[in-house]
Design a protein around this ligand. Structure first.
Ligand SMILES: [Zn+2]
Length: 129
């Protein structure tokens, strides 16, 4: 007869779930991809705006003129579609930006365009409505 050894050894293993989990803080550096928007300085008020809201004036072979297509060759400058910016620009800034002098012809052309722009002065109350 063989004596049975009744040795029940229960290996009691302690499951160590989540006892040693390091909380790693992931510092995400979210870099916003900026779309490149062409920005232009208005030669009148000198503020920088997206190109779309600007009117291009170009010094081309036929003098300085408004480039409404934005594609005319030549040295260009930008102005807001705002009469006050044009008034400022036509005095000196535009000529300087274009590195030229505005001839009376140029000026009358530009002034003609300027007068198509909406006036941005505060509307005065109309007497008598
Ligand atoms: Zn402006």
């Amino acid at each position: 007869m063989i004596g049975m050894t009744t040795g029940i050894s229960r290996s009691h293993r302690n499951p160590s779930f989540g006892s040693d989990v390091k909380v790693v803080q992931v510092s995400k550096q979210v870099k916003k991809k900026r779309k490149h928007v062409a920005q232009r300085t208005c030669v009148g008020c000198r503020s920088i705006q997206p190109k779309r809201s600007m009117v291009r004036v170009v010094r081309g072979a036929d003098g300085v003129q408004v480039d409404q297509t934005g594609k005319m060759p030549g040295r260009g400058a930008y102005l807001h579609e705002s009469r006050s910016c044009w008034e400022l620009g036509l005095k000196t800034a535009l000529a300087r930006a274009l590195k030229t002098e505005l001839t009376p012809d140029d000026l009358s052309r530009l002034a003609a365009f300027m007068h198509t722009l909406p006036e941005d002065e505060p509307t005065e109350p109309v007497p008598g409505g």
